[in-house]
Design a protein around this ligand. Structure first.
Ligand code: GTP
Ligand code: SPV
Ligand code: MN
Length: 603
């Protein structure tokens, strides 16, 4: 083994891990293009990846059919006391979990290469950045980490001989016996999969899955579950949010951070092409946002990632032209369909449906097939540098000052298109009670509508009640410099099940209304749910929308909202005594408003 680093703690950890996992060789990643090309070429040679003839420097991976998304049921927050993990997380005591996992890790890399990936979340040297070291036996993970994070020697250099790092251990959990043939996508059976976090020692152990958030440990594991713990201790925020800069015709810049659950529109909104004349927008991030109060008293945000791991199905020139341009080259595709021309295809791509393709399971597919050609959670991985709308400031280590915070989810009824909070506490209540219909981003079966507070249900690495309290305290510190909070729902449907709102670029009309609110240019209507636009204040020029659609989209029915009260109450009940009193008051206030609204004639 060759150690290109003088960090004794790191070398020791790698040595101990290698002794446990018994790989055939150890490779320290330098993050170079040459390394990426070599690891990718090896994946193609071994049959794990297909080089796409019609897309330069682009590759398709097909996962094992059992390993297609995050698995929340196998994700653990392992703290000494179960109360600290909270009812929102699975829990096993660290001693017991480590014992179990050490057995699995023992010899798990036989016949494989152990890669050491030094990576930085956030620009190297930024006061907000964190260093991780991922050990993995997955070449797919190596290539994805190259795009999603800052990998390589500059990270090792910045660590010096005793810098702090977050150890992230990963194995696909499929050791090879001598002479045994490898699989295109090795992984372990469900009952052996563990995505484990030890927040008391900033440690991540993941075993058995090669997919997305289970395996790219800088993303959900480090930047959300572990970072949310660090952020709470240190007084900042680690959130599941996109970051966007919206620029008015006068050149005023508004920075927006938005938390929507998985597969509910963050990537799309971050790349929005405003349809209202004169407005422009720039992309800063699509999934993760770290925010800190700076000297000016405002909340500043950075995106710790350097790439997008985005949902492919639904991405089309008509919905997200920016992404389509960005994906034209140098992209990793996972679980998309392969056309006979050597290109990728997915449902709702807006390209002609191929008469024949190879589906995501590697089988022949044609339009008569009963299953989708691409998996609904098929994804692309691409560097932000390729995004045509990337902000020139996307790597600014100081971050951008946030003016507006959005919460949202996918709800076919009840929730209006947009709703402004009365104040910070009410905004925190909106975030805390956010809900969404199920999507393909997780493997687990969940309720048709589930509470996904702050879009952090799967990612908050500690007790949700304490997390709510942290949000309240951040507001107390921000005072009148706090961002304004809005709740949006692009997904309301008519009785026939069609989306009432065209969404995508047209969402800019709603963002503009928010900016008008900040500038005190427009009044809003008080409803039980919050402050809703007057119909005449939403710019509708050029929008083809039925006459009744907008009033319906903005309608807040006290009767419908009555149905929200019980699920919220039940959910709050689960949090027990750690639910902040201030949110209990918010619920009581909502109940009163709903009751009063019901006694109004239009209720
Ligand atoms: P994660 O990467 O899982 O965190 O998801 P995300 O929040 O970034 O979701 P994404 O933007 O990839 O959107 C997921 C799906 O929602 C895609 O199929 C989109 O086409 C669809 N979608 C996004 N925005 C809109 C919208 O405004 N209206 C409608 N109807 N669909 C949308
Ligand atoms: C999500 O599920 O919210 C994602 C995809 O962004 S994954 O990286 O797989 O978690
Ligand atoms: Mn996400």
């Amino acid at each position: 083994m060759e150690f290109p680093c003088g960090h004794k703690g790191l070398v020791k950890w790698v040595e101990e891990t290698a002794a446990m996992c018994r790989p055939e060789r150890v490779h320290w990643c330098d993050g170079s293009r040459k390394e990426y090309d070599e690891v990718m070429a090896e994946s193609v040679r071994k049959g794990s990846a297909v080089a796409l003839e019609r897309r330069p420097d682009s590759f398709l991976f097909r996962s094992d059919p059992s390993d297609v998304a995050r698995v929340e049921s196998r994700t653990y927050i392992s703290t000494s006391s179960p109360e600290d993990a909270g009812p929102n997380n699975n829990w096993i005591h660290p001693d017991k979990l480590k014992e179990k996992m050490r057995k699995l890790y023992s010899g798990c890399m036989r016949g494989r290469t152990l890669y050491v990936i030094p990576f930085s979340m956030g620009p190297v040297g930024s006061p907000l950045a964190r260093t991780g070291i991922q050990i993995t036996d997955s070449p797919y993970v190596v290539c994805n980490m190259h795009m999603m994070t800052r990998v390589g020697n500059e990270v090792i250099k910045a660590l010096g001989t005793d810098g702090e790092f977050i150890p992230c251990l990963h194995s696909v959990g499929y050791p090879l016996k001598p002479g045994q043939k490898d699989l295109p996508w090795p992984c372990a059976p469900m009952e052996d999969k563990y995505i484990s976090h030890f927040p008391e020692e900033n440690l991540i152990w993941s075993y058995g899955s090669g997919y997305g958030g289970n395996a790219l440990l800088g993303k959900k594991c480090l930047s959300l579950r572990i970072a949310s713990n660090i952020a709470r201790r240190e007084g900042w925020m680690a959130e599941h949010m996109l970051i966007l800069r919206l620029i008015s015709p006068e050149g005023r810049k508004y920075h927006i951070a938005g938390a929507f659950p998985s597969a509910c529109g963050k990537t799309n909104l971050s790349m929005i092409q405003p349809t209202i004349p004169g407005w422009r927008s720039e992309t800063l991030g699509d999934d993760i946002c770290w925010m800190k109060i700076r000297e000016d008293g405002r909340l500043h945000a950075i995106n710790p990632e350097t790439g997008f791991f985005g949902v492919a199905p639904g991405t089309a020139r008509s919905t997200n032209p920016v992404a389509m341009e960005m994906l034209e080259r140098n992209t990793i595709f996972t679980n998309c369909a392969l056309t006979d021309e050597g290109n990728v295809w997915w449902e709702d791509m807006g390209e002609p449906i191929p008469s024949h393709a190879i589906d995501w399971k590697g089988r022949d597919w044609n339009p008569q097939s009963n299953e989708p050609a691409a998996h609904p959670n098929a994804r692309f991985t691409v560097p932000i540098s390729q995004c045509p709308t990337k902000s020139p400031d996307w790597e600014d280590p100081e971050g951008v000052p946030i003016d507006i915070i959005l919460f949202g989810g996918r709800r076919s009824g009840v929730i209006p298109l947009v709703c402004e909070s009365f104040d910070w506490d009410h905004g925190v209540f909106m975030g805390a009670t956010a809900s969404s219909e199920a999507t393909a981003a997780i493997l687990d079966k969940v309720a048709a509508v589930r509470r996904d507070p702050f879009a952090m249900k799967p990612f908050c690495g500690y007790h949700m009640g304490d997390y709510f309290q942290h949000w309240l305290e951040m507001g107390d510190r921000l005072g009148d410099r706090a961002p304004r909070i809005f709740y949006v729902n692009w997904f309301r449907k008519d009785p026939k099940g069609r989306f009432l709102w065209p969404g995508f670029g047209e969402n800019s009309r709603i963002l503009k209304w928010m900016c008008d609110r900040l500038e005190r240019k427009v009044e809003a209507v008080q409803t039980p749910a919050g402050l809703v636009p007057r119909v005449e204040d939403i710019a509708t020029n050029g929008l083809s929308l039925g006459k009744d659609a907008l009033p319906e989209l903005l309608r807040v029915s006290a009767r419908d909202w009555e149905g929200e009260l019980e699920p919220i109450q039940d959910f709050f009940g689960e949090l027990g005594s750690r639910l902040p009193l201030r949110l209990r008051y918010q619920l009581e206030a909502l109940k009163r408003r709903v009751k009063d609204g019901r006694s109004c004639p239009e209720g």
